[in-house]
Design a protein. Structure first.
Length: 108
């Protein structure tokens, strides 16, 4: 169950990074709404991370949480913000995914 909470927390990390990027592009009330989404996603992500580390090792949980956030935010950046998709960028993205899966496999 705590692994599921950790994955959801990582997805909310992607959410708060995305909201931050959209707030940067927006003006006026739209920017305020994106910042509201940022703070909501941030609070939910932190709470779920806190719950997950009650039973998971903090080092593993934090690495997985940031890894999910990094991978997800990179994918969102490519899809929404037209960031580059160069070979080496994608290569290291996949090595990061492999590392996240490896941490899950070796954690008891």
């Amino acid at each position: 169950m705590n692994w599921l909470l950790l994955v959801i927390a990582g997805l909310f990390e992607v959410g708060f990074a995305t909201c931050l990027g959209k707030a940067r592009e927006a003006t006026g009330a739209a920017s305020a709404w994106w910042m509201t989404g940022f703070f909501a996603c941030l609070a939910i992500s932190m709470f779920l991370l806190y719950r997950a580390v009650q039973t998971l090792p903090i080092g593993t949980a934090y690495a997985v949480w940031t890894g999910i956030g990094a991978v997800g935010t990179t994918v969102v950046g490519i899809l929404l913000f037209k960031e580059p998709t160069e070979f080496w960028r994608l290569f290291f993205l996949f090595t990061l995914i492999a590392s996240i899966v490896g941490l899950k496999v070796v954690t008891h």
